[in-house]
Design a protein around this ligand. Structure first.
Ligand SMILES: NC(=O)c1ccc[n+]([C@@H]2O[C@H](COP(=O)([O-])OP(=O)(O)OC[C@H]3O[C@@H](n4cnc5c(N)ncnc54)[C@H](OP(=O)(O)O)[C@@H]3O)[C@@H](O)[C@H]2O)c1
Length: 272
């Protein structure tokens, strides 16, 4: 907790990580510093959390040992160009950007590099952060990154070729699960006449309760299904429909997200 962590970009992800690191005890305000291209945004996060701010990205990189790059994918390379001469061997760069490979970052700088794909669920200190380490990183870097992200959820180390489907399974999934609850409730309103807001409130509470059951160690989804869906009963009819109709929907989702990743992917140097 004694080294300076610098965050470039205080938007949705950068802001969430700052708040969660503080809440999860991974950092104290004195050791966190943020830079953002819009001054009002960095002033706002400092006022909210008590962290330090830097007037610009170069000052932040100079003063930090660990730099979290939390800008959108099109802004990654412009920021890298701006600070690359300061990202020396003694710095650890953690990029949260989707679709920017380690090789594209490492080709510009001598710093050690890791990629992390966080999830909004870390705001509740739950869920998965995917971590990919470059060959340049050390054992101490691994411990540092695992300790940071372990304080705000479950860190899972993966290899870079797996990152896209794993991202769909973890980082994108909160939106998919929320969309499923919404559609389930909307159907109840359409088909049964339960008022829409009441249907969504009921489905949401039940979803939260189901997640709590899944938190019990050793509980599988199949255990919950078999507890509720007695053979020949009402719930079983619904489970059978889902088992028949839902797999093609999920297959389409994975195919579509993979296609979208391909359209955003920043090529590795020498592979254009
Ligand atoms: N959202 C998710 O659930 C999620 C999950 C995993 C990974 N990610 C990744 O997280 C990254 C950030 O996404 P986001 O949703 O947080 O985007 P966002 O809300 O738009 O935040 C990006 C932030 O970067 C700042 N920024 C842009 N260019 C900058 C520059 N040159 N110098 C300093 N700050 C700069 C923006 O400043 P302004 O205030 O001026 O706009 C903004 O505050 C993306 O690469 C995305 O792939 C997101």
């Amino acid at each position: 907790m004694d080294r300076q962590i610098g965050v470039i970009g205080t938007g949705s992800m950068g802001g969430m990580l700052i708040r969660s690191f503080l809440r999860g005890g991974a950092a104290i305000p004195q050791n966190l510093c943020a830079a953002n291209r819009t001054p009002e945004a960095r002033i706002a996060i400092a006022a909210e959390t008590g962290i330090q701010t830097a007037d610009d990205n170069r000052t932040l990189v100079k003063d930090s040992d660990v730099i979290l790059l939390c800008v959108r994918q099109p802004d990654v390379m412009p920021v890298m160009e701006e600070v690359k001469d300061l990202l020396t061997e003694d710095k650890l760069l953690i990029s949260v950007a989707s679709d920017v490979p380690l090789s594209a970052l490492e080709s510009l700088i001598p710093a050690r590099v890791a990629r992390v794909i966080p999830s909004v669920t870390s705001e509740q200190l739950k869920g998965v952060s995917l971590i990919v380490f470059s060959d340049r990183t050390t054992q101490a870097d691994h411990e540092r990154v695992i300790s940071l992200f372990g304080a705000i959820g479950t860190p899972v180390i993966i290899s870079e070729p797996d990152i896209e489907p794993y991202t769909t399974l973890t980082s994108c999934a909160p939106a998919f699960f929320a969309a499923m609850v919404r559609e389930f409730a909307a159907s109840a309103a359409r088909m049964t006449g339960v008022p829409a807001d009441e249907a969504e409130a009921l489905a949401r509470e039940t979803f939260i309760g189901t997640a709590a059951l899944l938190e019990i160690p050793g509980t599988a989804c199949a255990d919950i299904i078999s507890r509720v869906a007695t053979p020949g009963g009402i719930t079983e009819v619904g489970v059978k429909i889902l088992s028949r109709e839902f797999p093609p929907v999920c297959d389409e989702l994975f195919a579509a997200t993979e296609k979208k990743h391909a359209s955003f992917r920043v090529p590795s140097p020498g592979k254009e």
